[in-house]
Write a protein that binds this ligand. Structure first.
Ligand SMILES: CC(C)(COP(=O)(O)OP(=O)(O)OC[C@H]1O[C@@H](n2cnc3c(N)ncnc32)[C@H](O)[C@@H]1OP(=O)(O)O)[C@@H](O)C(=O)NCCC(=O)NCCS
Length: 204
């Protein structure tokens, strides 16, 4: 069900990202050009701008912004259901740290939710990072999105840090999945399985 995207999938993926994140923007009352402008003017360093890419809201992505993600955010994985592309996610390594991979823009169309597609995409992204030798997979979410935070916790991610910046109207939580490198024979055979671990006491 999950495979790597080809260029022919890119238009559909941008549509999925926009529509998936529109429900978040509507639920949380965020996004839009006003937020982007506020963020840009509040940021002074490259590092801050890099962090700000996370909350720059995908519901409003232009084609150029999607193209930048294709160029810089690693591999794009896609999920299909009944022949239709219904979900996607970016996963890739941090340039300075091969052991640290990042998951971004997980998106499933509203009418295809609650069927396990999001979980399958996270599982496939996790497996890709693990096979590449990563020891940790991280992601960032808007803290107000408590349903999403609980969902990632249920997928074995642990909340690690809280980020706040002047100009942001929201807080960002970073989550981490520690990747287990079991002997080959002991690895799960299900490629969609999510098998990470948190230290005792660090799970929510
Ligand atoms: C988060 C998301 C990818 C989950 O996709 P999915 O295919 O429905 O995921 P699954 O079927 O594996 O799991 C469903 C669970 O997702 C959780 N969830 C998180 N955010 C949700 C949202 N905005 N709407 C619905 N469910 C959401 C719920 O706990 C849900 O559980 P339920 O089915 O018992 O209600 C999807 O809801 C989505 O695209 N949301 C908007 C974009 C987003 O927030 N992406 C994450 C950015 S890091």
């Amino acid at each position: 069900m999950v495979r790597e995207a080809t260029p022919a999938d890119h238009g559909a993926c941008l549509g999925v990202i926009r529509r998936a994140f529109r429900t978040v923007a509507d639920d949380l009352g965020i996004g839009g050009p006003a937020v982007e402008g506020r963020l840009a003017s509040a940021l002074t360093s490259d590092a801050e701008r890099d962090i700000a890419n996370a909350p720059r809201f995908p519901a409003d992505w232009a084609e150029q912004r999607f193209a930048a993600a294709i160029a810089g955010d690693g591999t794009l994985l896609v999920a299909h259901r009944a022949g239709r592309l219904v979900g996607c996610v970016f996963v890739g390594r941090v340039p300075a740290d091969a052991a640290h991979w990042v998951l971004k823009r997980l998106a499933v169309l509203p009418d295809a939710r609650h069927l396990g597609i999001g979980r399958a995409l996270v599982g496939a992204a996790t497996e890709r990072a693990r096979r590449a030798g990563a020891t940790r997979l991280t992601l960032r979410i808007i803290a107000e999105n408590e349903v999403l935070g609980r969902w990632y916790t249920g997928l074995e991610f642990c909340r690690r840090s809280e980020l706040q910046h002047p100009g942001w109207s929201f807080t960002v939580h970073e989550y981490e999945l520690r990747l287990v490198h079991a002997p080959v024979a002991a690895r799960p055979v299900d490629p969609e399985a999510v098998a990470g671990s948190c230290e005792v006491g660090e799970r929510e």
